[in-house]
Design a protein around this ligand. Sequence first.
Ligand SMILES: CC(=O)N[C@H](C=O)[C@@H](O)[C@H](O)[C@H](O)COP(=O)(O)O
Length: 226
Amino acid sequence: MNGPRDIFTVKGLIVSCQALADEPLHGGDTMAKMARAAVSAGAIGIRTNGVVDIVKIKQEVDVPVIGLIKKDIEGSDIFITPTIDEVKAIVMAGADIVALDVTDREGRLETVKPLIAYAHKMGIAVMADISTLEEGLAAEQLGVDYIGTTLSGYTSYSRQAEEPDFELLQQLVEKVKVPVVAEGRIWTPEDAAKALATGAAYVVVGSAITRPQLITARYVQALRNL
Ligand SMILES: CC(=O)N[C@H](C=O)[C@@H](O)[C@H](O)[C@H](O)COP(=O)(O)O
């Protein structure tokens, strides 16, 4: 593949439809309905976890799907598409983009190279989930197609905050040429708009739209605070 490839045709909102096995909405059919609702309202893409959910969502909607597989590996902190096996499964499931951890942990910036190469060989774009500017710069050098702020706040050395990491977003937008995806803790339409205004090409919103147990908890907490 020659250079980065952006498969979206317009900027906008990507809705993350994810419910792990221990979450109330777990299940491909449910996630496909979530995706349909999101696309019917104008979402330009869907991000989702696991083979079943990728397959079901691809059957349900006609927008690009970012696929990942969350997998816990003993002794490792890397859980978003950790190995080539997950990349192969995501390709087989029919995702248009594979999202994977491109953080500077456990030698990942080296070991991720064959995962990126495989995805590209199979004609799939790659979204790098990073947590710092340095990782974003490294990801661009590795030839990824999108860089997402997904893991800011989820590595020990990145900025820990309740809010989205607008500072990282701004730095990435200034320093990298590939499209930057704002992702992580975006809870309001205002924050989504701010991310786009800051220069993000795409804004991924997950929990605020598709995790009712977390949405409800925020309301319950607010009432408790009275
Ligand atoms: C850190 C991690 O595991 N992030 C995951 C990545 O796919 C998802 O659990 C998040 O829901 C997604 O990034 C969207 O973020 P938020 O739900 O905050 O809008």
